[in-house]
Design a protein around this ligand. Structure first.
Ligand code: BG6
Length: 479
């Protein structure tokens, strides 16, 4: 008997800005992702004090402009997902396709038509769409004119956007998530909050204000969905990296507890429980702030309480270790976070510490804390694939990574965790978020495109494609 419940949502995940391309087609406006240069220095460039979102094509490449051209290949791509037997497909709706500048009152019908087609294509293949309302793709105008999410006008703009798509797709799409990796701003607020140093990214007051505005916007989306149709389910989405104390030193244990609160739990505590956790006080004090420094009001706090999310979506790639006494010098880096090296774990080419057991721990920690259904909406192995002359990739390393994480999920289900589904990240190769590279690949499907934007854009099934097809067919690793 399978460890996974009947109806388990096996699928894959992507984000509009990383795969669609067509960045100026169908009346789409620019998004912040369009202004992020490609390459390993992406985050260094946007962390410069004078970075102001100017697109300078003489100086940089902009791989998100083309993505993998899903805009013109979506039928072929969804057919490939269907061939693997996907039960669901997690993707995002580009805000700037629907509201090109973010602050219009009327949506762009051509943009919506594209999503009508994508959703209908999924449904025709019996694939359940799972939609992220905002995945690192704020309309650029909301970053340049309004200064990103620290500005309270964005609550209203997001509400309009969310109402438009929730209303239009209420009868077709059941599962939604409000903000991708909302807590990632604790590491780097550019992608999630549209904040750069010149608009106050280095001032934690702005980061907390932006979060508050997003919490309110998220609660409004839950309210809209619940009022629209019974059965619509709206989740939060957090970046979860299981965090360990490096050793039994109580100082490290305490530091780990506090780091867990700050980096993993803060946002979901508000979005799931509907109120700010008690440790908010300590957290704000750490940055010289009190709750009174934030602009909030009773009506908003009541809204948070009334409209918590229905489930917890999270990404899981790696774990981290906390050491505060300075005895450990070896460090590692993930895409958004780093830390000391864990001697028990190996790391990927990009320094991510691979830790399937950490996923079982994460699932237990989250379920113990919230007792609401969980959904692993990102997990995967970014690697350099080497296709043979027929463009076939023998990606045993990826199969191995995913297999171990699926085993960990089975373990957590046996522990009693309520897990809804699994959508590995970048089920088709796409542009990396942190480095803008194509060469860091996650997919079951190889896309012939390189870091310089050269290639035929043809799609090829990797070895993992056939392996994952079997997993889905068996509802897990064994029948
Ligand atoms: C998550 C994001 O942080 O990790 C995705 O939600 C991202 O957008 C994924 O692509 C993998 O990170 P990267 O930097 O390797 O693309």
């Amino acid at each position: 008997m399978s460890a996974f419940p009947e109806g388990f949502l096996w699928g894959g995940a992507t984000a509009a800005n990383q795969l669609e391309g067509g960045y100026q087609e169908g009346g789409r406006g620019l998004s912040i992702a369009d202004a992020l240069p490609g390459g390993k220095d992406r985050f260094k460039i946007v962390a410069q004090p004078d970075f102001d979102w100017t697109i300078d094509e003489d100086k940089y490449t902009y791989p998100n402009h083309m993505g993998i051209d899903f805009y013109h290949h979506y039928k072929e791509d969804i057919a490939l997902f269907a061939e693997m037997g996907f039960k669901c497909y997690r993707f995002s709706i580009a805000w700037s396709r629907v509201y090109p500048n973010g602050d219009e009152t009327q949506p762009n019908e051509a943009g919506l038509k594209f999503y009508d087609a994508v959703i209908d294509e999924c449904l025709a293949h019996h694939i359940e769409p799972v939609i992220t309302i905002s995945h690192y793709e704020l309309p650029l105008n909301l970053a340049t004119k309004y200064g990103g999410w620290k500005n309270r006008y964005l609550i209203e703009f997001y509400e309009n956007f969310a109402r438009t798509i929730l209303t239009r797709y209420a009868d077709k799409v059941k599962y939604w998530m409000t903000f991708n990796e909302i807590n990632s701003a604790a590491h780097f607020p550019v992608m999630g909050q549209g904040l750069v140093p010149s608009t106050g990214a280095n001032d934690k007051r702005n980061v907390f204000q932006a979060w508050h505005n997003q919490f309110v916007a998220s609660a409004k989306a839950v309210k809209i969905a619940h009022n629209l149709k019974k059965g619509l389910r709206v989740g939060c989405m957090i970046l979860y990296a299981t965090s360990y104390s490096y050793d039994a030193n109580p100082k490290n244990q305490l530091a780990n507890l506090q780091e867990n609160q700050e980096l993993n739990f803060f946002c979901s505590d508000v979005q799931v429980r509907g109120e700010y956790p008690a440790y908010t006080k300590r957290l704000l004090a750490k940055y010289g702030l009190t709750f009174d420094d934030l602009e909030t009001n009773d009506g908003e706090l009541a809204l948070l309480k009334q409209y918590p999310v229905d489930y917890i979506g999270f990404s899981y790639y790696m774990s981290s270790a906390v050491e505060t006494t300075g005895q450990v010098k070896d460090t590692v880096n993930g895409n958004l976070m780093g830390g000391v090296k864990n001697p028990f774990l190996a790391a990927s080419d990009w320094g991510w510490q691979i830790d399937p057991t950490g996923l079982r721990i994460a699932l237990n920690q989250l379920y113990d804390r919230y007792q609401k259904p969980l959904f692993v909406v990102e997990n995967g192995f970014g690697a350099i694939d080497k296709p043979d002359k027929n463009f076939y990739v023998e990606d045993d390393y990826r199969i191995d990574y995913l297999k171990q994480h699926i085993q960990a999920m089975a373990g957590a289900i046996a522990d009693g965790v309520d897990l809804m589904g699994y959508t590995p990240w970048g089920c088709i190769d796409l542009v990396s978020a942190s480095t803008g590279e194509m060469s860091k690949r996650y997919g079951f499907i190889y896309v012939d495109l390189d870091d310089e934007g050269q290639g035929t854009l043809k799609r090829y099934r990797k070895k993992s494609f056939y392996w994952y097809k079997d997993v889905i067919e068996n509802n897990g690793l064994e029948k």
